[in-house]
Design a protein around this ligand. Structure first.
Ligand code: ATP
Ligand code: MG
Length: 266
């Protein structure tokens, strides 16, 4: 799984990474059992994290439409305690948000002690969609890379563990998934005609992603590029990466000063 971690100081080339990749793994009973084990371990770790109230975890999910941000969130965080896990979704900014700096709405949503926060889209939209649509000039997005790195560095210095995932699919896979949404009336609600316009800009988006990931892949806020054509493998990669990060924390339940033997419940 380490191989999906983008190496520091290397230029990302998305066309060299295969969204169909599923490593040594195959779908089936063995995989289901493995996923279940990971899920149980993650639930255990998250309860500990919540109880200890020491660590803060920020997960950033970025991807093209239909690449599976929502699916990843529902599968990977399924069994966790909703009290300690929050999802923050970033849509096109409101007028009030636009009246402020681009990090204003983002900073309000970062995790506190004991929390895991998942960003469904994020401050990266402010160097992606706005760049692709020419809403900002080159010097602004270049400047924002530095501002993002500084912001994330500050969060890390204040005790936040940051993991950033790009869910990587092919345009063909997107076509198939959009078609599935059209073919199934129960999925019509997920279909957005705007996705077709963004789809036409695919090469521009890939360029913007490559530049953004390259410029903001830091020791304190690493990027992972996840092969995401196969949903089960995408879930496996994201879940194991987060689990491995949580396992590096030396977590303990808060020390109890309670002498339970002296307490009688009438
Ligand atoms: P889904 O389609 O799965 O519900 P989504 O994240 O695509 O999820 P939408 O409401 O379809 O949600 O789209 C949100 C849109 O908001 C995206 O096209 C995204 O690029 C845009 N957006 C997010 N942040 C910004 C931003 N800072 N500036 C401009 N547009 C943004
Ligand atoms: Mg959408």
């Amino acid at each position: 799984m380490e191989s999906y971690h983008v190496k520091l100081d290397t230029r990302v080339r998305l066309d060299k990474l295969d969204p169909e990749d599923s490593g040594e793994h195959k779908k089936g009973k063995q995989l289901d059992a493995m996923l279940e084990k990971i899920r149980l371990e993650m639930d255990r770790l998250q309860e500990l994290l919540y109880a200890e109230r020491k660590h803060k975890v920020l997960i950033v999910l970025q991807a093209m439409d239909t690449a599976g941000k929502d699916g990843t969130i529902s599968h990977v965080f399924e069994g966790m305690n909703p009290q300690g896990v929050k999802v923050a979704s970033f849509k096109a900014p409101t007028t009030e948000e636009l009246d402020h700096d681009f990090l204003w709405r983002v900073h309000k949503q970062v995790p506190g002690k004991g929390e895991i926060v998942i960003f469904n889209r994020s401050h990266y939209e402010d160097v992606l969609v706005v760049r692709v649509h020419n809403l900002i000039t080159r010097d602004v997005w270049l400047r924002r890379y530095k501002e993002i790195n500084n912001f994330e560095h500050m969060l890390a210095n204040e005790g936040t563990t940051i993991l950033k995932f790009f869910l990587h699919i092919t345009p063909d896979e997107q076509k198939q998934r959009l078609q599935d949404r059209l073919d199934d009336p129960a999925k019509h609600w997920k279909f957005s005609a705007a996705d077709l316009d963004e789809r036409k800009l695919w090469p521009d988006y890939m360029k913007a992603y490559e530049d953004a990931i390259t410029a903001t892949n830091t020791a304190w806020a690493p990027w992972y590029i996840v092969p995401a054509n196969k949903k089960w493998y995408r879930n496996l990669v994201v879940a194991s990466t987060i689990m491995a990060a949580l396992q590096t924390f030396d977590m303990h339940y808060p020390e109890s000063t309670l002498d339970a033997s002296k307490i009688v419940i009438e």
